[in-house]
Design a binder for this molecule. Structure first.
Ligand code: SF4
Length: 227
């Protein structure tokens, strides 16, 4: 079967490539992750995938569009930064302090973070739809038998929601959704990625996941400080 696999990052791709090939399928990767924040991080992940695809001779289609504003449109919220600052015409944008993203609302919520962040997993529904719709449409147009996503390997993602989104898009584009629970092999994929010296990211991707990580670090430090 000819499968077009949306690839969220090189780390998550390693095991699905290996397994899909072992099963005798024809694997083609599809890069489309327009909402990774900031652009420097987007580029690091893209470069890492290019390294993997070169090393493992993976057929790839790259939709190298950096358009985080499409994600905010899907969420029906205003971008927390002017679009030009988010995108910076594809060039690395300056890193912004959280205070500049979300003005303080009150003492103890200096970043305005808790009240302004669309929460997981609600925001992820839109993110899955955005990325998988382009994958399904491309797979259908380019004559693939099926489409899928490497997001299915991550225990941090909402597997059921990805399945629902994939199945709905399969109906819409009259193409199969290749659904496989790769999650038991997440650790193996990470170990392989480490051996291959691939870039390892510290947060899922969007601006909110980055802020959540920063918030978690800050809370851990405060806890340590206060005992
Ligand atoms: S946390 Fe990850 S899956 Fe969820 S919206 Fe952000 S980038 Fe998308």
């Amino acid at each position: 079967m000819k499968i077009l696999f949306h690839i969220c990052c090189s780390n998550c791709a390693v095991y699905p490539v290996k397994l899909t090939r072992a099963e005798g399928h024809d694997f083609t990767g599809f890069w489309y992750n327009p909402n990774i924040h900031p652009p420097e991080e987007y580029q690091l992940r893209l470069d890492s995938l290019k390294k993997l695809s070169d090393d493992w001779r993976i057929n790839m289609l790259y939709l190298d569009e950096y358009r985080p504003e499409d994600f905010f449109d899907m969420l029906s919220i205003k971008s927390p930064l002017p679009v030009a600052m988010l995108r910076s015409n594809g060039n690395p944008a300056p890193l912004f302090k959280r205070r500049e993203l979300f003005p303080p609302l009150s003492k103890g919520d200096e970043g305005g973070f808790s009240s302004m962040t669309p929460t997981f997993p609600e925001r992820c529904k839109s993110c899955y739809s955005l990325r998988l719709e382009r994958t399904a449409a491309t797979a259908s147009k380019e004559g693939f038998d099926a489409f899928s996503t490497t997001l299915l390997i991550s225990p941090y993602q909402d597997f059921d929601q990805i399945s629902i989104t994939g199945k709905l898009l399969a109906e819409k584009y009259k193409i199969s959704f290749y659904l496989k629970d790769f999650r038991p092999h997440f650790r193996e994929s990470k170990c392989l990625a480490k051996e291959l010296s691939l870039y390892r990211q510290r947060y899922c991707g969007c601006i909110f996941s980055k802020l959540e990580r920063e918030q978690a670090i800050k809370e851990r430090e405060l806890k340590k400080f206060h005992g």
